[in-house]
Design a protein around this ligand. Structure first.
Ligand code: HEC
Length: 148
C-alpha cells in the first residue's frame, strides 16, 4: 500500500514536470516564431524604405501569414510572464482580456493579405502604405500585451 502510494506520488510529480516542460517548449517555439516573423518583417520594411521592387518580398510575407495563422493556439494558460521557470514577455493581460488580444490578432489577417497583394502587384507606393499599416497592427498588440 505504502509502495503503491509512493509510486502514485512519483507519477504525479513526473506528470507535473512533463507539463512544465511542455509549457517551456510552447514558450520557446512561440518566441522563435515571433523572432522569425520579426526578421521577415524587418527585411520587408527595408525593401519598402529603399523603394525597390516589392515582388521579391512575397515569399517572406507568405511566411509571416503562415506564422500568424498559428498564433491563436500558442498562448495556453500558465505561459504568462512571471510563471515559474518561463522566460517570456507575454503579459498576463492576454489572459485577463482575451477578447482584446484575439481582436488584435484577428486584425493582422487582413493587413497581411493587403500587404501581400500590394507586394505582388509591384506597386511601390501601395506596398509602402501596407507595410506601415502592418507595422502599426504589430504595435497595437505589443503595447497592451507584450512587456518591453
Ligand atoms: C496578437 C498579438 C500580437 C501581434 C499581432 C504581433 N505580436 Fe509580436 N509578440 C506578441 C507577444 C505576446 C510577444 C511575446 C511572446 C513571448 O515572449 O512569449 C511577441 C513577441 C514578438 C517578438 C520578440 C520575439 C522574441 O525574440 O522573443 C518579435 C520580434 C515580434 N513579436 C514581432 C512581431 C511583428 C513583426 C508583428 C507584426 C507583423 C507582431 N509581432 C505582431 C504579440 C503579438
Amino acid at each position: 500500500m505504502k509502495l503503491w502510494l509512493a509510486g502514485l506520488g512519483l507519477a504525479m510529480m513526473m506528470g507535473g514536470a512533463i507539463a512544465q516542460t511542455n509549457l517551456g517548449s510552447v514558450v520557446t517555439e512561440r518566441r522563435e516564431g515571433f523572432k522569425a516573423a520579426g526578421d521577415n518583417m524587418t527585411a520587408v520594411a527595408a525593401v519598402a524604405r529603399a523603394g525597390s521592387d516589392p515582388r521579391e518580398t512575397v515569399a517572406r510575407i507568405t511566411a509571416i501569414q503562415a506564422w500568424f495563422a498559428t498564433v491563436g493556439t500558442r498562448f495556453p494558460a500558465g505561459t504568462q510572464q512571471g510563471a515559474a521557470g518561463l522566460d517570456t514577455r507575454a503579459l498576463p493581460a492576454i489572459w485577463t482580456d482575451r477578447a482584446g488580444f484575439d481582436a488584435a490578432l484577428a486584425a493582422m489577417g487582413p493587413r497581411l493579405a493587403t500587404l501581400r497583394e500590394a507586394a505582388a502587384s509591384g506597386h511601390v507606393a501601395n506596398f509602402q502604405a501596407a507595410v506601415q499599416a502592418t507595422g502599426a497592427a504589430c504595435g497595437d498588440c505589443h503595447r497592451p500585451y507584450r512587456a518591453r
